[in-house]
Design a protein around this ligand. Structure first.
Ligand code: HEM
Length: 320
């Protein structure tokens, strides 16, 4: 009997230790019941004032998760050696929105809600505010204690081959479907011309990427002229940059993709088939909204720190 009791106790201890490592929907329901509401209201206010913030906050979560896991390491200002200063993170924004939500959360429930979770919730709220799906975000992430720009080599770069995107996503536990579905986050937001010269003027053999629709090429070149201002920005989902929808897939198929990475997804047979599946004229076609939500939750679990790992930062831009 004693042996059985000891065995059950052991199972319970192991079970709870394992449970600690897991994220959970409603993680703050007892410790900070208004956490999600506070983040949502700060994000809503920011997006109302400037609709472009939604895209920035969505991208911020991706960049946080891909380097060192979703642990808020992208938020650390520090010196010019921290993660946010890496070339691959150029153009990131929305930091002040996260910091504002954090300040309100600290005033309500001090030392409870991590910056990494705020980033994940803000990304979700941004999608919903742009007419995209609303989904439950499992929370319980802890903030990392390391942030170094050398780790940013893990970020996919816009001119890489599709195989390399696949490999980088695979390393993070994400599939080819996740790659396609998550890249479709480019349904909102803009890119700087900085990312365009290779596609428009330096493409091997043809000088411009031959997958660009000839009706679209002059428009792209006009917005981003050769040796022009690299900071000029253009919509990534031609004609629908503020609405979260599946139009980006149609644009990719028809040669209206703006980013080279998006266009490349239509040159590989597998990723192309995944794109086509969302464009089928068929009642039982897969739901982009549902799949996007699922892939976001999956991305949000990359190498998270939980339990007693890491810390809960007091302010998001610096370690405690
Ligand atoms: C192969 C993978 C990807 C590549 C190469 C890539 C590349 C880029 C580039 C070059 C930009 C323009 C940045 C700028 O000029 O500010 C951008 C913007 C953006 N990316 Fe990605 N991205 C990828 C995947 C993702 C994923 C997985 C997400 C989110 C789930 C995402 C969300 C966004 C958003 C929302 C923007 C717009 C940002 C804004 O308007 O400020 N991207 N991406």
């Amino acid at each position: 009997m004693d042996l059985l009791l000891a065995f059950i106790t052991l199972i319970l201890i192991l079970g709870s230790a394992q449970g600690q490592g897991n994220l959970a929907v409603g993680f703050y329901s007892r410790t900070c019941p208004n956490a999600e509401r506070i983040v949502a209201s700060v994000v809503q206010e920011a997006v109302r004032a400037d609709p472009r913030k939604a895209a920035m906050l969505l991208r911020l979560h991706f960049h946080d998760c891909f380097v060192q896991g979703c642990d808020g390491s992208i938020l650390i200002e520090g010196n010019d050696q921290t993660e946010m200063h890496a070339d691959g993170h150029q153009g990131l924004g929305g930091f002040e929105v996260i910091e504002k939500a954090k300040a309100q959360l600290e005033a309500t429930c001090r030392g409870v809600v991590s910056c990494a979770d705020i980033v994940a919730m803000a990304a979700r709220d941004s999608v919903a505010l742009s007419n995209g799906p609303f989904y439950q975000v499992p929370t319980g992430r802890r903030d990392g204690r390391l942030s170094n720009k050398s780790f940013a080599a893990q970020m996919p770069e816009v001119n890489e081959p599709v195989q390399s995107f696949k490999a980088k996503f695979f390393q993070k536990g994400l599939s080819q479907k996740d790659l396609v579905v998550l890249s479709a986050a480019h349904t909102i937001g803009t890119t700087a011309c900085f990312f365009m010269p290779h596609r428009l003027y330096e493409f091997p053999v043809f000088s411009s990427d031959p997958t660009i629709n000839p009706a679209f090429l002059p428009e792209l070149k006009k917005i981003c002229p050769e040796h022009g201002d690299i900071n000029t920005r253009l919509a990534m989902d031609h004609g629908s940059e503020l609405t979260f929808d599946d139009n980006i897939f149609r644009n990719i198929r028809d040669g209206f993709a703006v980013l080279e990475s998006d266009a490349k997804l239509y040159t590989d047979p597998i990723t192309r088939a995944i794109i086509d599946s969302y464009l089928m004229d068929f009642v039982f076609k897969p739901s982009f909204a549902k799949d996007f939500a699922e892939s976001m939750v999956k991305m949000g679990r990359i190498d998270v720190k939980t339990g007693s790992q890491g810390e809960i930062r007091r302010i998001c831009k610096s370690f405690n």
